[in-house]
Ligand binder design. Structure first.
Ligand code: NDP
Length: 496
């Protein structure tokens, strides 16, 4: 496997990527320590990143506090223009950002380009319109004495800490940073130690777009060092996190000390339901995209596929045939359909779920093994489908976060709604049917933050995204994410 990497990407990898970005300046971590970051398709070192720690976080937050004052004092139209300029730069650098993402995370370049870079651009455009839209209300107050006029203002929180995972580094960074900046805050980002590159490049583009130095800072490093120091920092006013439930709980505990507001987007075990009357070609395509996009490392992956008994065998046959046809390879190779998992740790975690499912009695219909041959140094797992999965099996309850689909059979609507909801998670769900009434009925009964009907994995900056139950609280995207980065002030004026 030999890939051609564009010069601008090579240049970034040999210099800028090894620094943190604080106060508008690129510099080494104060400790001088670095961490290796790997290309998951080859297992080889891609570059090194700075191992930032508490003292780097202190410097980043101090810069953010100062820059936030300047930013919030700018007119809304000026803030909107700067964000629109950044949106344009993200679009202009779509290929560069996508190439970095593919090298760092492993996903195919087409996905990095047409999902990650494309939606990130849309997200920046959407929130570029927010500063001039963000108003308050006139409040219909009834003062006890005399008369008064009262109105509300939506004011920034101050400094927002964004903890970003490794599955969609550019996209989730954008989800978290754009509404925070649009609402007048400053941001310090701690990307995942295994995929820090696009967050760093995004912050460089923000400087180019004219955002004040220090408004957007990136401290790379370990979650248990830089991440922990950031979320518990006394001057951090909000933490927005996407990642595991365990780390989410830890962040919540840390917020008891600094009283930071917290938004948590955690795991999922989403049910994708195929009724007997569904368009089966569309449903099978949707099921495949629902589990194999980004190698299944997607919080809303449709990992529990409930199929009506009347179409079960046909759906399974089509899934297995399609899974066999998926070509694994380096994300920069044009004929790659699916890349590697992000790391050796993640590969082993997913392999553990696969062997556990076999031991618990699920039937391995296809896949389940690490790819060999010229892919053996990378972290590749064959696309995997289990049938005969029972609700109580670990594979039907826990988030696998890999290309592993569990197929479950059902007989009627009430039963499938009950079983779909029998999960601690509630992030997303899918419904495939030609019956319009049933589509809405089931969508309303499913306990999930997003329900897709006759589609799957669709995202848009206008649609809030987040979970019910243990999948977290607060929302990314939409007006909710904007408002979640503000605090409300009521102003009273005596009219007597
Ligand atoms: P984590 O939740 O540990 O990592 C997510 C982010 O949190 C990373 O940036 C990580 O940094 C950071 N982090 C880790 N510990 C702390 C801490 N104490 N304080 C602040 N930040 C911290 O997830 P893992 O990478 O360990 O993945 C484990 C599982 O989590 C996956 O298999 C999957 O099930 C789930 N997950 C869900 C995601 C989602 O989209 N909902 C995304 C990623 C994972 P660092 O990487 O440097 O440790």
């Amino acid at each position: 496997m030999t890939q051609t990497v564009p010069d601008d990407v090579t240049q970034f990898l040999s210099g800028a990527s090894q620094s943190i970005l604080v106060g508008g300046q690129r510099r080494r971590a104060l400790s001088g320590r670095t961490l290796e970051t790997l290309d998951p398709a080859t297992g080889k070192v891609l570059t090194e990143i700075a191992a930032g720690a508490a003292e780097d976080v202190d410097a980043a937050v101090a810069s953010a506090v100062v820059a936030q004052q300047e930013w919030a004092a700018r007119k809304p139209s000026a803030r909107g223009r700067a964000l629109a300029d950044l949106a344009q730069l993200v679009e202009d650098h779509a290929e560069q950002l996508a190439t970095l993402e593919t090298l760092d995370n492993g996903k195919p370049l087409t996905e990095s380009l047409y999902v990650d870079s494309a939606i990130a651009t849309d997200v920046w455009r959407y929130y570029a319109g927010s500063p001039t839209r963000l108003g308050g209300d006139v409040l219909p107050v009834s003062p006890l004495v005399g008369d008064a006029f009262a109105y509300s203002r939506r004011e920034p929180l101050g400094v927002v800490a964004a903890i970003v995972p490794w599955n969609f580094p550019l996209l989730i960074s954008s989800w978290k940073i754009a509404p925070a900046l649009a609402a007048g805050n400053a941001v310090v980002v701690k990307p995942s130690e295994v995929t820090s590159l696009t967050a760093l490049r995004l912050a460089e583009l923000a400087l180019e777009a004219g955002l004040p130095p220090g408004l957007l800072n990136v401290v790379t490093g370990l979650g248990r060092e830089a991440g922990r120091a950031l979320v518990s920092h006394p001057q951090v006013d909000k933490v927005t996190f996407t990642g595991s439930t365990a780390t989410g709980r830890e962040i919540l505990r840390a917020s008891a000390t600094n009283l930071a507001k917290v938004t948590l987007e955690l795991g999922g075990k989403s049910a994708n339901i195929v009724f007997g009357d569904a368009d089966l070609s569309a449903a099978v395509d949707g099921a495949l995209a629902g589990i194999f996009l980004n190698q299944g490392q997607v919080c809303c992956a449709g990992s529990r596929l409930f199929v009506h008994r009347s179409v079960h065998d046909e759906v399974v046959a089509r899934l297995v045939e399609a899974a066999r046809g998926i070509s694994l390879g380096h994300g920069l190779d044009g004929d790659t359909d699916m890349g590697p998992l992000v790391s050796q740790v993640q590969l082993e975690r997913v392999q553990g779920f696969v062997s556990g499912a076999v031991e618990e009695g699920a039937h391995l219909a296809v896949g389940g093994v690490r790819a060999g041959g010229e892919l053996s140094d990378g972290f590749f797992l064959e696309p995997t489908v289990f049938t005969g999965v029972a609700d109580g099996m670990t594979i039907a309850q826990e988030e696998v976060f890999g290309p592993v689909l569990s197929v479950l059979v059902f007989d009627d609507e009430d039963e499938v709604v009950r079983r779909a909801n029998a999960s601690v998670y509630g992030l997303a769900a899918g419904v495939w049917t030609r019956d319009l009434a049933r589509a809405h009925r089931v969508a309303h009964r499913l306990q999930a933050g997003t329900v897709w009907v006759n589609m799957y994995n669709m995202l848009d900056p206008a649609a809030p995204f987040g979970g019910f139950k243990d999948s977290g609280y607060g929302r990314d995207l939409g007006e909710e994410a904007l408002l979640g980065n503000t605090q409300t002030k009521s102003v009273w004026v005596n009219l007597d």
